[in-house]
Design a protein around this ligand. Sequence first.
Ligand SMILES: [Mg+2]
Length: 219
Amino acid sequence: MVSALSHPSTDLDAVIFDYNGVIGLQPTTPMWSRLAELAGWHIDDLTHFQTAFWSVREPYDSGEFDDTDFWTAVLGRRPEPALLTRLRAVDTAMWTRTDHRVVALLHQARRADLPMVLLSNAPHPVGDALDASAWRGLMTDALYSARLGMNKPHPDAYRNALAATGVHDPGRVLFIDDRPDNCEAAAQLGLRTLHYTGSPADIEKHLDLRGGRVASSSS
Ligand SMILES: [Mg+2]
């Protein structure tokens, strides 16, 4: 249980962060090309590879598919163990780069004793890699879809994250995500939302970290 007096806020008691597209950077085209080539696609056929990749990503994110299930579905054949290991490693590395500007804000929020919880749609290998990252220790908790057994925007994903903040009132918790549908689902549960579009100043403004206190308005 987090006391409202445990940090300087009179308005905001916790923040729930999405990972990819907020803390994490989107993969570059060369990264996608490397994965596509490893999977046996021609480099000119990247769009087709990405379509195959995304068509079966949801069950991988939610933990319904394991690594073999996912890559068998993408490739249309079961990969050899050595190839599966490489595909998993390259895929995971694509999703674990961070925006240092946002990580700097996480440090500021931590110094302000603001509880922060990660809520990420991520398969097991990505969740495990994020748990091993240096900034992970700034978070009160990290919830990954594959471990929860459900993806955002399932309402129970947000309920689990809210419980992890230790705050009972969703109106005192800000949810930050780069996907509008994820924000809309959070808002329906009473959470405040910030649809993040890539400007760290928007996060800084909502947390009001420069003023030495934490405040937020609904958006
Ligand atoms: Mg995202």
